[in-house]
Design a protein around this ligand. Structure first.
Ligand code: NOJ
Length: 750
């Protein structure tokens, strides 16, 4: 008996001990050794419908530390995180802020699901690169990839997981402020640039130096009527398939993690609620497995479009179309649970969307270490480092396009005595920066003034503003500028428009060089000194008058942190310009949209001679001032010996080659471009379509044979249903240094 009671006592003690030391089993979703899909399935089982809706909610954040935390709005957002009602924030940046919020999500919400932090890192985070339109003019895909990877590295070091880039919208309209965010007017090139940007941003998403990319604005946002932001879009299905969709697809094929709905309608249906775009094309046809996020408020804006009656209806229509995360409408979080309870949305639909959000949180390793991106020492060491700035300088130089260089006005001689530097934008750093400069500071950037001083010597630069911040001028500003030029060997003047007028919600009806600057140019030209005009702008402006009153025109775009150094390198000839335009420069505003890959029309006007009763303007030429693909060098490239076979089989290839000679006095780089034309087809095809290019370096006097191989893919197009067509018949192939000045040959596809 005593033995028995002793045994019972022992058992009880051991049970107690066991109960105290027994480890609590880690839930499957928190176990890093288990496959992601199992972890997602486990987590979904544990989530309430409200928590699932919360994962699809993306809120605008801001600041959450210090006095900001007394703000009722911020307190409310923090409570929403605790309640599991926020899946992602945009616009919370920096390790301190993001970590603070992440801690609430991970430690104070029921399931501890980490937050995804997103931000518009469009061309750099702290080290600012050239605007995307400018970097595209480099035709240097490896450098473009590096630019994105540096941006990602800085953003990731600042606690971010996700950027809303690349913008893959093809646009022919420089009135649209957002052309600065894209790669220009060409579909083929746009796809290559988009893929490079995705690769640079994302890498393999398995380290702390890359972030999720977001392909936007799906789809056809670049076709907004009259270039007005948030305006209507009306494109044919054949244009959609052939012109607008391919760059988004190229980005998806490159592995883009997320896609953003556009604001506009496509075929009368808002993109956010467009089943054809999201479910049929993106998810089914292209096999996209990633996350679809709305644009800011675009789920709610289905109502003013006239496609939903209220917020609940808008939520239903967006989610039924296959769209997923709600940026700032805050309607999914509110109405999704009701819609499921009413049987209007299935749990399967909801789980599909939520699991895509969770997937990236697992993939980035946030469940295993939610503070993986929260290292203040790394943040400090990474942002604005010398190595990052060196890449920004390379990018800035290669983005610059030399548009005119009469009598070799450039490069400038380093031995010159004085440069008159005219123009408010030459000194004003704020005007060198645009709307999308993330956490970059204009004060960190090198102005043109500083760049020229560093290159030519302090005493050699005589500055005068010439015009005001708003580009207006007066007699005094002009006479001061002329006086500053009195002792100068050359006049360098920065013209154009402020960078602040580039980006979202910055449409312009007038894309001329401001009148005051034209007056200034005229006055400067009268001095008889060479006038070099540097154009500061986030879009192609009408330079028709400017080129009349200047000897050289350098399109500088918005070049970012290293602006002044890059410009000085080009002006001094330490860098021989290699950039080529990726958008046509209109001759006049009335010509817009003007683009190289247009259709021939029923009555094409001859390039020269009598255009009566042809498709023409009576007052201006049809051709743009500077065509797509155009850009000068300090040296000269001659093209000869275009060779191409006369026939090609549909499943075969066609070799094309050309000889390019550097016949000038400088070493240089040339972008050799290949275009095709399908002469007759079941739907009409453009007069030229870019299908290949090579950027080659040639020493002065050197020649190279440049070869291309065309395949059936290059000669095919889409019908209105998205089917690929490869049709036998006559083709032309063109090779040259821009889309206009080309050699041509003909061949037949059998
Ligand atoms: C609206 C813009 O259209 C989009 O491009 C951007 O990413 C979001 N706002 C977030 O800022």
């Amino acid at each position: 008996m005593r033995k028995l009671s002793a045994l019972i006592c022992l058992l009880t003690i051991s049970q107690l001990l066991f109960a105290q030391t027994k480890p609590v089993a880690t839930p499957v979703y928190k176990d890093a050794k288990i496959a992601i899909n199992q972890r997602i399935a486990d987590l979904l089982k544990r989530m309430t419908i409200e928590e699932k809706a919360g994962q699809l909610n993306q809120l605008n954040g801001g600041v959450f530390t210090g006095p900001a935390m007394n703000d009722a709005g911020q307190k409310g957002k923090v409570q929403m995180i605790r309640d599991g009602k926020v899946g992602s924030f945009l616009n919370v940046t920096g390790v301190k802020e993001t970590k603070n919020i992440q801690r609430v999500a991970v430690e104070e919400s029921r399931l501890g699901i980490p937050i995804l932090f997103a931000f518009d890192v469009i061309h750099g985070y702290k080290t600012i690169f050239p605007i995307p339109l400018a970097e595209a003019c480099s035709w240097d895909l490896p450098q473009i990839e590096i630019n994105s990877s540096v941006s990602a590295k800085e953003a990731a070091a600042a606690g971010l997981h996700w950027t809303f880039a690349p913008m893959c919208d093809i646009s022919n309209d420089p009135r649209w402020g957002r052309v600065m965010e894209g790669a220009g007017e060409d579909t083929y090139y746009g796809g290559l640039v988009a893929a490079a940007r995705v690769k640079g941003l994302q890498g393999n998403l398995d380290d702390v130096t890359h972030i999720l990319s977001c392909v936007k604005h799906y789809a056809a946002y670049g076709a907004v009527e009259a270039g007005r932001e948030y305006n209507n879009v009306d494109v044919s299905r054949t244009a959609l398939w052939n012109k607008y969709l391919p760059p988004y697809k190229a980005a998806v094929d490159a592995g883009a993690a997320t896609v953003m709905n556009a604001f506009n309608v496509v075929d009368g249906i808002p993109a956010s609620a467009n089943h054809f775009l999201v479910e049929d094309v993106l998810k089914k046809k292209w096999g996209f497995k990633g996350l679809v996020v709305s644009d800011w408020g675009s789920f709610g804006e289905i109502i003013p479009h006239g496609y939903a009656s209220d917020n609940k209806d808008a939520t239903l229509k967006a989610l039924q179309a296959g769209s997923m995360m709600d940026m700032e409408s805050q309607i999914v979080v509110k109405y999704l649970p009701e819609l499921v309870k009413e049987g209007k949305l299935t749990m399967k639909q909801v789980d599909d969307a939520v699991s895509r959000v969770l997937y990236f949180k697992f993939k980035l390793g946030l469940f295993d270490d939610p503070y993986k991106f929260s290292d203040e020492a790394r943040e400090k060491a990474t942002l604005f480092s010398a190595a990052n700035r060196a890449e920004a300088l390379k990018a800035a130089r290669s983005s610059i396009v030399l548009l005119k260089n009469a009598n070799n006005a450039l490069p400038l001689k380093k031995s010159l005595n004085k440069i008159a530097l005219i123009g408010h934008y030459a000194k004003s750093k704020e005007d060198m920066f645009d709307f999308w400069t993330a956490n970059g500071s204009a004060s960190d950037a090198v102005s043109v003034y500083e760049g020229l001083q560093a290159k030519f010597g302090n005493g050699k630069i005589e500055y005068s503003a010439g015009y005001n911040a708003d580009a207006s001028t007066n007699d005094k500003l002009i006479s001061d500028a002329v006086a500053a030029a009195a002792n100068a060997d050359v006049i360098v003047t920065v013209i154009g428009i402020s960078g602040k007028i580039a980006g979202e919600e910055r449409s312009l009806a007038n894309v001329n060089i401001p009148d005051g600057q034209i007056q200034l140019l005229k006055a400067l030209q009268k001095t008889g000194k060479p006038v070099i005009a540097l154009v500061n702008s986030g879009r192609p402006l009408v330079l028709t008058q400017a080129q009349e009153f200047s000897n050289a025109i350098v399109q500088c775009w918005i070049l970012g942190t290293e602006t002044g150094t890059a410009v000085a390198d080009v002006l001094a000839g330490d860098y021989n310009p290699t950039g080529k335009t990726v958008m046509s420069f209109p001759y006049a505003i009335g010509q817009i949209p003007v683009y190289y890959n247009h259709f021939n029309t029923n009555r094409p006007a001859p390039e020269k001679g009598d255009g009566a009763w042809k498709s023409r303007y009576r007052d201006i030429p049809n051709a743009p001032l500077y065509p797509f693909g155009y850009g000068l060098s300090y040296t000269k490239f001659d093209y000869s010996g275009l060779s191409a076979a006369k026939q090609m089989e549909k499943n075969g290839t066609l070799n094309v080659s050309v000889v390019v000679k550097n016949s000038g006095n400088y070493d240089g780089e040339e972008v050799v471009q290949l275009y095709i034309r399908d002469i007759t087809a079941s739907i009409v095809r453009p007069v030229k379509e870019l299908k290949g290019f090579r950027k080659i370096a040639l020493k002065a006097g050197e020649s190279k044979t440049v070869s291309f191989v065309l395949t059936g893919k290059d000669l095919s197009f889409f019908d209105g249903d998205g089917n690929v067509k490869l049709e036998a018949g006559a083709f032309k192939v063109f090779v040259g240094g821009d889309s206009k000045n080309v050699l041509e040959a003909s061949f037949d596809l059998k």
